[in-house]
Ligand binder design. Structure first.
Ligand SMILES: Cc1ncc(COP(=O)(O)O)c(C=O)c1O
Length: 367
């Protein structure tokens, strides 16, 4: 049998929250806290737009209407904007477009595993940063200094960061971006969770910066995980490059229509109505989880990383996840793949669902 390119073997497997095929058949989850999407679902107008998209015609390969909507929402020219079938597709494009085997990529972490995986698939060497515990905070001054010293081709930063919920100040991100510019690197700034931040920076966080590729998922804020919709904002030459590596029609008609609707006044109103409720519930969850004797890591967004303790009924994240799923039909994210085998990540969901999580945690931790 023909063998794939050698470095494909060394790339880590994809590990994500959310649906998980065969496991779901065995142990279906009633409530999923493992993927961090808006628990109130999409706006009705967004749902209708996606469902009304034509099935029998190819989508516009330029995605012109959706790109115009993104450009208007971001206050940037059309040439600085492109679309993706999710932010995951766009970050794979960035790696495919800019990395050759042996290139260095800086991935300060713990963070979203897809950055290192996409880079490894292109044969890049990954410089993993691991922020010191217990708050696991990434220091942008350290990242900027590492960029200047090691001159990686790409630098990935997730703002706010998955799984820690750490937010960054615009000034700190700007210093990393400037260091990238000085080193001939590109900063891939993933703003997938910006809408949920206590103080959103807006996308693009660094408008017009010559060495920054902003990624923005629509999956999370507008609960469109099944539709796959995202956009990128960057200087025109970078946007052209991403579009050059795109397979034709990668962004479906439904995703394009949903993007236009999500960025319309109806989409904005839905977000504005749901975000304060999500914020209140996150604060309630943080307090209640701490009251159970577990340790939530301070978060600035709607998901929280929780350290499980050896004194409780569950010693590892894998065990806690397994028991919550088996006994309560509740799925949380085991963070072992982030290098955190004693942490789980939970998304904020509706008040009733959060109550169920708290009851289940209490039951599991007291046995
Ligand atoms: C930080 C981060 N970026 C990107 C993605 C992927 O987003 P999308 O659904 O838009 O591909 C995820 C999904 O979990 C994520 O956590």
């Amino acid at each position: 049998v023909i063998a794939p390119r050698p470095h494909l073997q060394s790339a880590p497997p994809p590990v994500h929250g959310g649906p998980s095929g065969r496991e779901d058949e065995r142990l279906p989850a009633r409530i999923d806290f493992s993927s961090s999407v808006n628990p109130w679902g999409p706006a009705e107008a967004v749902r209708e737009a996606a469902l009304a998209a034509p099935l029998d015609r190819y989508p516009d390969p330029e995605g012109l209407l959706a790109r115009r909507a993104v450009a208007a929402a971001c206050g940037r020219p059309l040439a600085e904007v492109t679309l993706g079938a999710g932010a995951a597709e766009l970050l794979h494009f960035a790696c495919f477009a800019y990395l050759a085997p042996g290139d260095t990529v800086l991935v300060p972490g713990p963070t979203f595993g897809e950055y290192a995986r996409a880079a490894a698939l292109c044969g890049a060497r990954i410089l993993h940063g691991m922020a010191p515990g217990p708050t696991l905070r990434i220091d942008t001054a350290v990242v900027a200094a590492t960029v200047a010293e090691r001159r990686p081709r790409l630098v990935f930063l997730c703002a706010p960061n998955n799984p820690t919920g750490q937010a960054f100040r615009r000034g700190g991100l700007g210093r990393v971006a400037d260091a990238c510019h000085g080193a001939g690197s590109l900063l891939v700034l993933d703003q997938a969770y910006d809408a949920f931040a206590d103080e959103p920076l807006g996308t693009p966080a660094l408008p017009g910066h010559p060495a920054t590729l902003h990624l923005r998922s629509i999956t999370k804020d507008h609960a469109l995980a099944g539709v796959r919709a995202a956009y990128a904002v960057a200087p025109p030459a970078i946007i052209d490059t991403l579009d050059r590596v795109r397979p034709p029609w990668s962004v479906s008609a439904a995703a394009q229509a949903a993007t236009v609707a999500a960025l319309s006044p109806d989409g904005d109103a839905h977000l504005a109505a749901t975000l304060p409720q999500i914020r209140r519930e996150r604060e309630r969850l943080e307090d209640a989880i701490a009251d159970l004797g577990l340790r939530p890591v301070p978060t600035a967004t709607h998901f929280l990383l929780v350290e499980v303790g050896p004194r409780r009924g569950v010693a590892t994240a894998a065990l806690l996840r397994a028991r919550l799923l088996r006994d309560h039909g509740i799925k949380v994210r085991d963070c072992t793949s982030f290098g955190l085998p004693r942490h789980v990540r939970v998304a904020t969901r509706t008040p009733a669902q959060n109550d169920e999580l708290l009851r289940a945690l209490e039951a599991v931790c007291s046995t």
